[in-house]
Design a protein around this ligand. Structure first.
Ligand SMILES: Cc1cc2nc3c(=O)[nH]c(=O)nc-3n(C[C@H](O)[C@H](O)[C@H](O)COP(=O)(O)OP(=O)(O)OC[C@H]3O[C@@H](n4cnc5c(N)ncnc54)[C@H](O)[C@@H]3O)c2cc1C
Length: 436
């Protein structure tokens, strides 16, 4: 069976970049569809929205200032291109982030006076993480906030596998000079569980009441001024707010989650929030087992999406403009079609030109996991000053815009710029695609 869908803008990819682009197009009253294979990296993330955490291995206290410095020395970075499109670094980056944060209101804390500073958030490793926006449930997790409390108590949970409060406390004391008391509570988990499972049990299994009772005992026994928890509150944003309110009302002390390792509840929470916004705006999402575009001359004429595995059901999407936001090598935006001896990186939907950093062929053994000597995230498609990609023959595709981690020439792992670049490039790719 075949169905033809005609629309103004077709977005390929359901990560933060694709969703931002789709929201931009939909808010311009354009008919918009999303084609995707899966949910992308959002749910894997810590839920902290990084904009620019490090420049040249130095921690950035103000992401905008770091991006200004970056733009003056790197003409190809996605932030450089988007800054030109948006009328300068400050306006360009702020407009894009504010567009998205309007949708995420209630989940994220906005910076005071609109001034964007990195927060140093305590991680489960005990080390600080520079990030621009944190979820409400983490609002006391920054090192600046924590130093104001006399008695910080971090609560572990028996049989919760992801987090070890003693490790967090030991490293936090060494690295940050933070004194943290640790204790553990028992939610009667019979086997080792992840934070995602515990979060679900709290919502469905009556374990929230046990959590509350146990935390009341902790507050009394340790005269805690603030309670730090692993990220186990609900992955549903409204329910999380309700749980947080109830905890703080009954415990009479602030409660804060810490960012957690993947797959993380705050990452899922962000993804759930984004999906609810797409539903609210009636943006259709088609899940495709394969996606293939047809290019005629310098334009994409259609994208074919096969639904389900082995099913003979195809959606043919014909749009005026397309946004390709299929992620990096981890999400399938770039694929290695080489053999054991030699890698051959391709972009599978449109067959675009792929940039491969010269040192990528050094990726062997333990260096595979070092984002500096093996910059896998820098492999990506090449793009012009309007975020349009180049075909394999070198010509610009005129009605296609690219966004997010499929872009080459930046390293979100070393920069800590992942969701920031995805949202900012998604915003400008969406604006470009909305000129129909
Ligand atoms: C483990 C992990 C933790 C991270 N933690 C953080 C963090 O805490 N903070 C932060 O800011 N950043 C973090 N990042 C980085 C950040 O998550 C990513 O940079 C960002 O989410 C990328 O968004 P994207 O939309 O470009 O791509 P993705 O989120 O990867 O989305 C790509 C989308 O394209 C779809 N797709 C792929 N191929 C096809 C195809 N052929 N046809 C159709 N659809 C396709 C995928 O299914 C997916 O929906 C983390 C990354 C990882 C991997």
């Amino acid at each position: 069976m075949r169905k033809v869908v005609e629309c103004d803008v077709a977005v390929i990819g359901l990560g933060a970049a694709g969703i931002t682009a789709a929201l931009v197009a939909a808010t311009h009253n354009l008919s918009t569809v999303i084609l995707t294979r899966g949910y992308g990296a959002t749910a894997l993330s810590s839920g902290c929205l990084d904009v620019m955490g490090y420049l040249n291995n130095k921690m950035c206290s103000n992401p905008i200032n770091c991006i200004k410095e970056l733009v003056s020395s790197n003409g190809h970075h996605p932030y450089t291109i988007t800054s030109k499109l948006g009328g300068g670094v400050t306006t360009a980056i702020r407009s894009a982030l504010q567009f998205m944060l309007k949708f995420l209101d209630g989940l994220y804390i906005r910076p005071h006076n609109g001034d964007l500073q990195n927060l140093k958030v305590l991680t489960y490793y005990g080390s600080p993480r520079p990030t621009a926006y944190i979820q409400k449930s983490m609002r006391y997790a920054s090192t600046d906030e924590l130093t104001q409390f006399r008695n910080v108590v971090m609560v572990g949970i028996k049989n919760l596998g992801d987090v070890d409060p003693n490790l967090t406390a030991t490293v936090a004391e060494k690295v940050l000079g933070l004194r943290i008391t640790t204790t553990a509570i028992d939610l009667s988990l019979s086997t080792l569980q992840s934070q995602v499972v515990v979060s679900k049990l709290l919502s469905t299994n009556g374990k929230f009441k046990i959590l509350l009772e146990q935390l009341m005992r902790v507050v009394r026994s340790y005269t805690a001024d603030v309670i730090l928890l692993p990220a186990i509150l609900s992955s549903d944003p409204s329910e999380m707010n309700f749980q947080l309110m109830e905890l703080e009302e009954k415990l009479k002390v602030p409660v804060s989650e810490l960012p957690s390792p993947p797959p993380s509840v705050p990452g899922l929470r962000l993804m759930n929030k984004l999906l609810s916004i797409l539903r609210h705006l009636n943006i259709p999402i088609y899940f495709c087992s394969s996606t293939k575009a047809t290019v005629t001359g310098n334009r994409c004429s259609e994208v074919r999406c096969t639904l389900g595995i082995g099913e003979d059901y195809e959606i043919i999407v014909r749009a005026k403009n397309y946004v390709l936001a299929t992620g990096d090598i981890l999400s399938g935006g770039i694929v290695d079609e080489g053999d054991l001896l030699c890698s051959h990186y391709v972009e599978p939907v449109l067959g675009l030109r792929v940039h491969v950093p010269s040192n990528i062929y050094m990726c062997r053994g333990s260096s595979l996991f070092d984002p500096e000597s093996c910059p896998l995230s820098e492999i990506g498609v090449e793009f012009d000053e309007y975020l349009r990609p180049y075909s394999s023959s070198g010509s610009v595709l005129e009605n296609v815009y690219v966004a997010g981690s499929i872009l080459s020439k930046y390293n979100y792992v070393t920069e800590r710029s992942g969701l920031g670049v995805a949202i900012v490039t998604g915003y400008y790719a969406g604006l470009q695609a909305s000129r129909v």
